[in-house]
Design a protein around this ligand. Structure first.
Ligand code: FAD
Length: 309
């Protein structure tokens, strides 16, 4: 069995693996896709001390760094179930392949995925105008026109944030009114360069083959279609934690995020969690790495307190 088994191979999982392995304990990492969301990212400009890098390059560097240590890397492995420790003190992680792994501690780092609109043009123009993270990609649209899709708290926060950077923001909400907190809505409406369109269904992201040129929406009242000319579309209709496999065993928030305390401990003894899958706010690489490191140190602390010498 492992001392620490990490599930997930994104920034949080890679950091946890390195911190655990440096303690000289038996460390394994099982991931569906090593690299995680970083693989889907083009430019990264907010990873502190690296002014610019690219997603695939960072993902390769994450893996190379983990490989410098004695870590059992199990790529292309999907975890389907976690079984808390029984009398033998070992936590079991069952994989889709039918295999099962046992470990004294587990670090859950399965990340999250952005909910997509699933309209024509969205995936074609991903990273070519279609974006999901205002903290990451906002500055790329300096002086340009963008739309934000979604009028919940994250959409309205994104619109307020972007309004300070870009030339113009159009916020598009499917329902007849915004769902964001009143105080955010008031702030939004006070901004001169923001338009809000409600009861609008996004139908298509248009482009010239290279980049986004506009957005087509349908007025849900009249059924009429309208086109807005713009350079960017920020989709803010939800970030879904990859925690389905933990339902019923590990305490999750109403949004499905794994609840963790300041040490990265979950509700199950010996099970820790880090990164985008958790309740920790602000889903970013630098934060996921910090949390992953912390979870591994907490797992080590748990081991020295609970294991026989
Ligand atoms: P993830 O990166 O999501 O990794 C999760 C890992 O778990 C993956 O290996 C996945 O395959 C695996 N996994 C999932 N489910 C299972 C399962 N059941 N069994 C086994 N393995 C599983 N952040 C920035 O700081 N700067 C940026 O510029 C930036 N740009 C971004 C651009 C895009 C398009 C996207 C999508 C995100 C961007 N982010 C950016 C956010 C950043 O990528 C995430 O915050 C970060 O990757 C989270 O790390 P993580 O390790 O928690 O999760």
């Amino acid at each position: 069995p492992f001392d620490v088994l990490i599930v997930g191979g994104g920034p949080a999982g890679a950091a946890a693996a390195i911190y655990a392995a440096r303690k000289g304990i038996r460390t394994g990492i099982a991931a569906e896709r090593f690299g995680g969301q970083v693989l889907d990212t083009l430019g990264i400009e907010n990873f502190i001390s690296v002014s610019h890098t690219e997603g695939p390059k960072m993902a390769a560097a994450l893996e190379a760094h983990v490989r410098q240590y004695e870590v059992d890397i199990m790529n292309l492995q999907r975890a389907e179930k976690l079984v808390p420790a029984g009398d033998d003190g070992l936590i079991e992680v069952q994989l889709a392949s039918g295999a099962s792994l046992k470990s004294k501690t587990v670090v859950v780092a399965t990340g999250a995925r952005w909910r997509q609109m699933n309209v024509p043009g969205e995936s074609e123009y991903r990273n070519k105008g279609v974006a999901y993270c205002p903290h990451c990609d906002g500055p790329l649209f300096k002086g340009k026109r963008v739309a934000v899709i979604g009028g919940g708290n994250s959409g309205v926060e994104a619109a307020i944030d972007l309004a300070g950077i870009v030339a113009h923001v159009t916020l598009i909400e499917f329902e007849a009114k915004l769902r964001a907190d009143e105080i955010l809505q008031r702030k939004l409406r006070s901004l001169p360069n923001v338009d809000v369109i409600v009861s609008a269904q996004t139908m298509e992201v248009t482009g010239d083959g290279q980049k986004v040129t506009g957005l087509v929406y349908k007025d849900r009242g009249t059924g009429e279609r309208h086109t807005i000319a713009l350079e960017g579309v920020f989709v803010q209709i939800g970030l879904l934690p990859n925690s389905e496999w933990l339902k019923g065993t590990v305490a999750l928030s109403a949004r499905g995020e794994v609840e963790v305390d300041a040490h990265g401990r979950t509700s199950v003894p010996g099970v820790f969690a880090a990164g985008d899958v958790t309740t920790v706010p602000y889903k970013q690489i630098v934060i996921a790495m910090g949390e992953g490191s912390k979870a591994a140190l907490s797992a080590f602390d748990h081991l020295i307190r609970t294991s026989a010498p």
